[in-house]
Design a protein around this ligand. Structure first.
Ligand code: 13P
Length: 253
């Protein structure tokens, strides 16, 4: 298990072939950092194959998968297809999917297990709403999400800690420029660590817990210095190498 931080970009519904040059620039810079930080890009499904061919060895990922291994699911893409296209990892349970696609914890858990069955590493997202933070229930809500979404059974055996990362992404911090206080991030990561230890024993102590939500070059170093922040899941600032690489470099220090 590496102790290097993991910095993953989530391009969401952005990016066409013209943007492969950004992928190339990010992969080249990541390679030069020589394992001091692990970098990955979760791209739109349409770019995964071309990106994987363009930057061999650099981890290209998906942003979602279907929970089934195959079947009559018009328009959906399963883990084995993404793996075949060159994906090394996938996000599951992003709040934008939990919300817009009504994905509940059991759906997220099934997706995480499907990903691991097809040799995709998993970044599993959890996070509270503005109202939940305001009412003092953030830790309880997010730990409840984690407990109910964690992969279990055969899929998880052997996959934890290396093939699983958790991303704590407060919904109110995504794309808003707002971030929680250092103390609030530390408190949440501490609580999530306890849940991981309860679920997986010692291996749960080594699962990386990323922070996500308005991570920028200007706040990255401060976020990475918080105890038990094992990296970041970055949205808007991952689209351009010029914005993303200072974040990656902050994690390498
Ligand atoms: P932003 O970095 O744009 O706030 O997005 C965070 C996010 O949702 C990453 O998954």
């Amino acid at each position: 298990m590496t102790s290097a931080k993991l910095v993953a970009g989530n391009w969401k519904m952005h990016g066409t072939s013209a943007d492969l040059r950004e992928v190339q620039a990010i992969a080249d810079a990541a390679h030069a950092l020589d394992g001091r930080v692990e970098v990955a890009l979760c791209l739109p499904a349409t770019l995964i194959h071309r990106a994987a061919e363009a930057v061999p060895g650099f981890p290209v990922g998906a942003q979602d998968i279907h929970m089934a291994d195959q079947g009559a699911h018009t328009g959906d893409v399963c883990a084995a297809m993404l793996h075949d296209a060159g994906a090394a990892l996938t996000i599951v349970g992003h709040s934008e999917r939990r919300d817009a696609h009504r994905e509940d914890n059991s759906c997220v858990r099934a997706k995480a297990e499907a990903a691991l069955r097809s040799d995709l590493r998993v970044i599993l997202c959890v996070g509270e709403s503005d109202g939940e933070r305001g009412s003092g229930r953030a830790v309880e809500v997010v730990c409840g999400q984690l407990d109910a979404s964690l992969p279990g059974g055969e899929a998880a055996a052997g996959a934890v800690p290396d093939s699983l990362a958790i991303a704590y992404e407060p919904i109110w911090a995504i794309g808003t420029g707002k971030i929680p206080t250092t103390e609030d991030i530390a408190e949440m990561h501490r609580a999530l660590r306890q849940r991981l230890l309860a679920a997986y024993g010692d291996a749960g102590g080594q699962v990386r817990i990323l922070y996500g939500g308005s991570v920028k070059p200007s706040n990255a170093a401060e976020i990475f210095a918080i105890p038990d922040v094992g990296g970041a899941l970055v949205g808007g600032a991952s689209l351009r190498a010029a914005d993303f690489l200072p974040i990656v470099e902050a994690a390498a220090r």
